[in-house]
Design a protein around this ligand. Structure first.
Ligand code: F6P
Length: 341
């Protein structure tokens, strides 16, 4: 009987529980395999915190945000000594293959453990949509929906008060959430890390709107853009060693207010983009990825990630997924420019 280990690591995102349910139901009911839940990501793996997962454990979790397994930003190569830190859990539980659900940092760690001999099947997860080798990641659709609804709301109050609203969205070092939510909500300018911005140009857009009687504007900012010239970037690191991002909108808004004469206000959406129930699209994608990962694991595959290409779920070499952090396509940004102003 196959024994599958299952963990969720890194930042949580809507859809993780749909993956867990997909893996458990498929493994048990189709492959008669056993699933061992590893708690709190790599931290629980190193500490040996595990529990068996059965059908009853995944009842009613499809709609739930977060992850019933918990997660952490710990890493066996930062907070331990690699494979040696998780070997005793593997030996004690008899796990054959570990299904690792995570973002680019987590998948890179999984690739290192694979190189040390641990059988890994990866499931890409992040609201940032920045993982290579797959067309889209679950969690992204939900984050974009939440951000779009928020920007729609902010637009009504901006118009009522003739204000310039700067809305900051997540996305770490890439601009997927900003681009999609900005396009969906009809933003007047969208700032993304992939494309250098010029606040004088944005200010001219705001002024030209005013000349046409549109005395309010919406500027969507990806949290990963650099601050305006003369402002020192945040140097803090998270547990994984990533530079912490968030709050750049507070240095951009005063500059735009100065340049346009419009009263400005800032909204940093933050964790509302990460929490709560996943959209139907994310539930279906996450479920399909969980089922495919269980199939691959039971069939003895490893060193691969499940991804979506077009409408097909396909295995993708983990190296390919870890080769780059995927940025936005410039042609889509050009489409959004059509609607600036
Ligand atoms: O990667 C997902 C994400 O939400 C990013 O968009 C954001 O920059 C980061 O995680 C926040 O990380 P943390 O939850 O550790 O503060």
């Amino acid at each position: 009987m196959s024994v599958i280990g299952l963990l969720t690591a890194g930042g949580d995102c809507p859809g993780l529980n749909a993956v867990i349910r997909g893996v458990v139901r498929r493994a048990i009911e189709v492959h008669d395999a056993e699933v061992v839940g590893i708690l709190d990501g790599w931290e629980g793996f190193m500490a040996g915190d595990v529990r068996p997962l059965g059908r009853d454990d995944v009842r009613g979790i499809l709609q739930q945000g977060g992850t019933i397994l918990g997660t952490s930003r710990m890493d066996p190569y930062v907070h331990g000594n690699g494979y040696e830190s998780v070997r005793s859990t593997i030996d004690r539980t008899g796990i054959d293959t570990v299904i690792v659900t995570g973002g680019d940092g987590t998948l890179k760690t999984a690739l290192q453990l694979q190189a040390e001999g641990m059988a890994v099947v990866g499931v890409p997860k992040t609201i940032d949509n920045d993982i290579a080798g797959t067309d889209v990641t679950f969690g992204f659709d939900t984050a974009v929906q939440v951000a779009t609804e928020a920007i729609d709301r902010i637009t009504t109050t901006a118009e009522a008060h003739d204000r310039l609203m700067v809305v900051e969205v997540m996305g770490r070092t890439k601009g997927w959430i900003a681009l999609y939510s900005g396009l969906a909500a009809g933003a007047d300018a969208i700032l993304v890390p992939e494309i250098p911005y010029d606040l004088a140009e944005v200010a001219e857009t705001v002024r030209s709107r005013a000349r046409r009687g549109r005395s309010f504007s919406i500027v969507v900012v990806a949290e990963g853009v650099p601050p305006p010239p003369g402002v020192v970037p945040d140097q803090r690191k998270d547990a994984f060693g990533f530079t912490r991002v968030g709050g750049v909108a507070y240095s951009i808004a005063p500059v735009l207010e100065e340049l346009t004469g419009f009263e400005s206000r800032v909204t940093v959406l933050g964790y509302v983009q990460r929490g709560g129930t996943p959209t139907a699209f994310d539930r279906v994608l996450a479920t399909r990825l969980g089922v495919a990962a269980a199939d691959l694991a039971v069939e003895g595959n490893s060193g691969v990630m499940v991804g979506i290409r077009g409408t097909k779920i396909v295995p993708v070499p983990l190296e390919e997924a870890c080769a780059e952090v995927k940025g936005i396509p410039s042609d889509l940004y050009d489409v959004s420019r059509t609607f600036f102003g």
